[in-house]
Design a protein around this ligand. Structure first.
Ligand code: AMP
Ligand code: ZN
Length: 492
């Protein structure tokens, strides 16, 4: 099975296969570490995680490189405001970023590349651009890319650049103007700013050169896929193509994937709108990491995602159904044999699930057959028509589902605990939901002891005590389920 993925460069859906027949070489633009990641950022990283997990499920090896932008205009501005060098400002946010990715179960790329550790590669690329006549130095010692040297500029974003002013320049890392400009490759040192002494002068790199230099360092001059959020298509990715191809004269990335933006309540997320959420904000409100993961991946990457709290509640309910079903199938006592109807339903679910993902990563359509299977199987179990031979195939499909979605195994406790600890350390106790505060320090062991005590109380017919314990647990967000196999408990 081969993934068919929309390619921004060709403007159509193309097959995505490793050109070298071995590993799919991909580069994804990573975070700019000047603050905590917001859910828009994580939507993009999660969708790229879906991509790599699905590729692996179809037997494709992946070599995935992601950069960390640890020097840029915003970082310099914020670290100056905090009165510390950038090397002291960024580590906290790098660490927080990986902790957040871990909470969302986003797999680590095979290679992480930090901008500040690749200055020589960037300088070398700028030297090559200068030699090719595509870069020039200005009086202040900065270096710019000469757009006129790359006639194909605009081929990714399909922008009409006919009104382009020859030689007009822009020195900021991010610019939104539709009209293209010669852009900064290297910015001459300014007093008080971090800079590097290099053969092209003292200064620091622009944002765009970083991704060209680091992607080619680890993946070669041509590679299979380049990914990022839709805002990066222009100018960032367009600039990456210009910088790379002007030197190599080879296609840079063959396939380009752009994840559409996440909106909140139909609007662009912005601190000024009061609709801006980091992952930590949501965890502190009491939403589970798995529910956030599922909500952010369930809308296919090419559709705008309108984030709402209802979508988290829905995701949470869906995860509960999955987990309860998984537990029921795993632990139930089943007679030997098979039910033809279940066997057929499993085959159908698997085919539909794989086909939906292979079709431009349609996560919404991929979910549907799995939940259909759940319904059919639950009915069969209720009616005694579900056997050991059905269990094996059903668990296999659930395994394939979780190879990409990764929400069935409950690992939600730790991210929540860490977020609460972090909030207490950073003066944000007031943001912690009351039910999270109530259950602080309430360990699994303490819960198990109370559950055991309740079972004993019931045995000696002390129902007052048993009810008291149930109530106490409920107040701390622990739900009990009595079943014929004993008592199960879970956190709300
Ligand atoms: P940044 O740290 O701003 O460089 O962004 C990291 C990644 O998040 C990039 O791939 C961006 O395109 C992406 N991104 C930023 N905002 C959003 C959003 N609202 N929705 C989806 N992706 C976003
Ligand atoms: Zn980039």
């Amino acid at each position: 099975m081969t993934l068919r993925l929309f390619n921004t460069l060709s403007g159509q859906i193309d097959e995505l296969v490793p050109a070298d027949g071995e590993a799919l070489r991909m580069y994804a633009c990573g975070p700019t570490v000047y603050d905590y990641g917001h859910i828009g950022n994580f939507r993009t990283f999660l969708q790229i995680d879906v991509l790599r997990r699905f590729l692996r499920l179809t037997g494709v090896r992946v070599r995935h490189v992601m950069n960390i932008t640890d020097v840029d205009d915003k970082i310099i501005r914020n670290s100056a405001a905090a009165g510390i060098p950038i090397s002291e400002y960024t580590p906290k946010y790098v660490e927080a970023f990986f902790e957040d990715l871990g909470a969302l179960r986003v797999e680590r790329p095979e290679q992480i590349a930090r901008a500040t550790e690749h200055i020589p590669q960037m300088v070398e690329l700028i030297q090559k651009l200068a030699a090719a006549g595509a870069a020039y130095k200005t009086d202040d010692g900065s270096w710019y890319f000469r757009l006129a040297a790359f006639p194909e500029y605009g081929k990714l974003s399909k922008k009409d650049l006919s009104g382009m002013e020859d030689g007009a320049r822009v020195d900021v890392d991010e610019y939104e103007k539709d009209s293209a400009r010669d852009f900064a490759l290297w910015k001459a040192a300014k007093p008080g700013e971090t800079s590097w002494d290099t053969p092209i002068g003292r200064g620091r790199p622009g944002w765009h050169i970083e991704c060209s230099a680091m992607s080619m360092e680890y993946l070669g001059e041509s590679f299979d896929l380049h990914a990022g959020g839709e805002d990066l298509m222009f100018p960032h990715h367009e600039n990456e193509i210009a910088q790379s191809e002007s030197v190599t004269h080879k296609p840079f990335a063959r396939h380009w994937m752009h994840v559409r933006f996440l909106l909140v309540d139909g609007k662009k997320m912005a601190k000024s709108e009061g609709n801006f959420y980091t992952l930590r904000d949501l965890l502190l409100k009491g939403y589970k990491a798995s529910a956030i993961r599922l909500a952010l991946i369930s809308v296919p990457y090419r559709h705008q995602l309108n984030f709402t709290f209802d979508s988290l509640t829905e995701a949470s309910a869906a995860i509960d159904r999955l987990r309860t079903f998984h537990e029921r199938v795993t632990t139930g006592t089943l007679a030997a044999g098979e039910n033809d109807e279940i066997q057929l339903a499993v085959k159908k679910a698997r085919v539909e699930y794989m086909a939906a993902l292979a079709n431009d990563l349609n996560t919404a359509e991929a979910r549907a057959p799995i939940f259909d299977l759940l319904r059919v199987s639950n009915t069969a179990i209720d009616q005694g028509g579900f056997f050991a031979g059905d269990r094996d195939v059903v668990l296999h499909v659930l395994g394939d589902f979780d190879a990409v979605f990764d929400v069935i195994e409950d690992r939600d406790e730790e991210p929540t605990r860490r977020a609460v600890e972090w909030a207490e350390k950073s003066g944000r106790r007031a943001d912690i939901a009351p039910e999270l505060l109530a259950r602080q320090g309430f360990t699994d062991e303490a819960i198990k002891a109370l559950v055991a005590e309740r079972t004993q109380a019931k045995k000696r017919r002390d129902f007052t005590r048993a009810d008291q314990i149930r109530k106490e647990l409920a107040e701390k967000g622990i739900i009990l389920e009595d079943s014929k196999d004993g008592v199960r408990w879970k956190r709300k």
